[in-house]
Design a binder for this molecule. Structure first.
Ligand code: DX5
Ligand code: ZN
Length: 222
């Protein structure tokens, strides 16, 4: 799978959101990661739908809406209308059958679908969804905040990679991603690197993304 970088807009200077989006684009980002929180699934509230619409208006980058919310299905239609390309939902917000319906719905709107796992969730949790996802997001921090310390999920990533086999499903990591942690995750099988403070907090985002890409490329197991 291709190595991709995904700056997480939530970690940017939100007063300057338009120029931050352009900065990510000009720095060679592959995906724009857009965190949506509801204050229920996670103890924080972030950026929402009207910001998404505005952001869509100023970039052609694919946008991944990371839904840290309890009822994401309420918003799929709006996410599609406002220009999300990928919708990522967490596996523990509903039972397996309901999650399967949600992933199917996301695709029926023409968007790509992804399932996210909190640090405490086992790799096996992805098994019922492998026919319905384009990406699996392994959280390497507890969701809710940028700038937290990286948690090593290499064993889980390795197991997920085994479960995926030869299916064209990306493994993304989110939380505390910098070149060294990206390499660790890539060595286990991750190929999409979400970086909040590691991208927007760097003096040169272009150099930061390039460093993550090179570190990941060198370590990636393919
Ligand atoms: C946290 C979010 C992340 C966050 C990453 O819940 O899902 O996308 O912005 O920020 P860093 O890279 O600073 O940990
Ligand atoms: Zn995120």
């Amino acid at each position: 799978m291709k190595i991709l970088t995904a700056p997480s807009l939530f970690a940017s200077d939100l007063l300057e959101i338009g120029s931050q989006v352009r900065r990510a684009q000009d720095s060679g980002a592959d995906i724009l990661h857009f965190d949506i929180m509801d204050g229920v699934y996670v103890p924080n509230i972030s950026i929402g739908f009207d910001i998404l619409k505005a952001v869509r208006g100023c970039t052609n980058l694919p946008i991944d809406a990371h839904m840290m919310t309890v009822c994401p299905e309420k918003y799929f239609e709006r996410l599609a209308e406002y220009g999300a390309d990928i919708v990522t939902i967490h596996n523990d917000i509903a039972d397996t059958e309901k999650i399967r319906v949600m992933l199917t719905d996301i695709r029926s709107y023409g968007m790509m679908s992804a399932i996210a796992l909190k640090p405490a969730v086992d790799a096996e949790a992805v098994l019922p969804f492998l026919d319905l996802v384009d990406m699996i997001l392994v959280m390497t921090v507890e969701p809710g905040f940028s700038g937290q310390a990286f948690m090593d999920m290499s064993d889980k990533i390795r197991e997920i990679k085994k479960h995926i086999g030869s299916e064209p499903i990306s493994i993304a990591v989110d939380g505390g991603i910098k070149p060294n942690t990206a390499a660790l995750c890539a060595a286990a099988g991750a190929n999409v690197f979400v970086a909040g403070s590691g991208a927007f907090g760097a003096p040169s985002m272009q150099a930061a993304l390039e460093d993550i890409r090179i570190a990941a490329q060198g370590a990636y197991i393919g």
